[in-house]
Each structure stands twice: as structure tokens, then as C-alpha cells.
Design a protein around this ligand. Structure first.
Ligand SMILES: C[S@@+](CC[C@H](N)C(=O)[O-])C[C@H]1O[C@@H](n2cnc3c(N)ncnc32)[C@H](O)[C@@H]1O
Length: 139
């Protein structure tokens, strides 16, 4: 199931149909600042970097509220490294500053967001192209 704003959910539905995937794909129109559908695994890929900390806490809190017991989430984002070791994530951080209300973050900053919203980070691993998957468990 994909949750997105109404216009994007409609495009996702159309594309699923075009590729013959409609029988195993659902697109839900909604607003993740209000609520997200219930599930045992929520995937947020390059979503949090669009938003400031307050709004990230709202999104993560809504995922937590919609998570069934023992539920999990996976957050996929680039990770800022040590100061003085600039890499592409630092460049993307500048782009997010200029173009959105968001930012790239380091692991410690993600952990603070997770802890404030009832999540604990577990296994974290690179998934290519500079992105990392952070597996979260509801606490
Ligand atoms: C940076 S894109 C990432 C999309 C996808 N996860 C990916 O990796 O390609 C962020 C997505 O969040 C959606 N979005 C923005 N505001 C939203 C909201 N309030 N509720 C639900 N989705 C929203 C956008 O329409 C967009 O599809």
C-alpha cells in the first residue's frame, strides 16, 4: 500500500494499472500529518529529509500510532557524516535548505527523532547510492 497526496495517489494507481499490478497494489490518498493507515511495517523512503524536526516527529508519531504490536518501520535516507568530511550528503543538505523545509541528518539526529516518537533504531545498513536503511522497532 502506498500513501500519498490525492494527485500522487491517482498517478500511482494509473501506473500500477499500466504495468498490470493493480491486483496487488493499493494507493491511499491521505495526509501523513493527519494519520497514516495501520500496518505492521511502515516504509519512509526519502520522506523525512523534506521536513523540519517538528514535522518529522508528527509523521513518525502518526506511523507509531498506526503500528500494531511489535510493529516495525524502515526509514531510508542519506546520513550526514563527521564534520570536515564533506560528501554528497552535505551537498544534498544545502539543496534541502534552499528548496524545502527539510535537511539531511546524522544518525544521532535521527535517533533523537525516533526516541521522541516511540521508536528504537536497530540494524542500519547501506542500500546503495549513498542511502542507508534504518530498521525501527516500536517501543
Ligand atoms: C521525496 S518524495 C519520496 C517519494 C518516494 N518515497 C520515493 O522515494 O520516491 C516525498 C513524497 O511525499 C509525498 N507527500 C508530501 N506531503 C505529503 C503528505 N502531507 N501526506 C502524504 N504524502 C505526502 C509527496 O507527494 C512525495 O510523493
Amino acid at each position: 500500500m502506498v500513501l500519498d497526496l490525492p494527485h500522487a495517489a491517482e498517478i500511482a494507481r494509473r501506473n500500477a494499472s499500466k504495468h498490470g499490478l493493480s491486483d496487488r497494489f493499493t494507493a491511499v490518498a491521505g495526509d501523513f500529518f493527519t494519520a497514516v493507515p495501520a500496518g505492521d511495517l511502515h516504509l519512509l523512503k526519502t520522506v523525512l529529509h523534506d521536513w523540519d524536526d517538528d514535522r518529522c516527529r508528527t509523521i513518525l508519531g502518526n506511523c507509531r500510532a498506526a503500528t500494531t504490536a511489535g510493529g516495525r518501520a524502515v526509514v531510508v535516507e542519506m546520513l550526514l557524516g563527521e564534520l570536515g568530511e564533506p560528501d554528497f550528503t552535505a551537498v544534498s543538505d544545502l539543496a534541502m535548505l534552499a528548496l524545502t523545509d527539510g535537511r539531511e541528518r546524522g544518525l544521532g539526529e535521527f535517533d533523537a527523532l525516533f526516541a521522541a516518537t516511540g521508536w528504537q533504531r536497530g540494524t542500519t545498513y547501506p542500500v546503495g547510492a549513498g542511502y542507508h536503511a534504518m530498521e525501527l522497532r516500536a517501543v
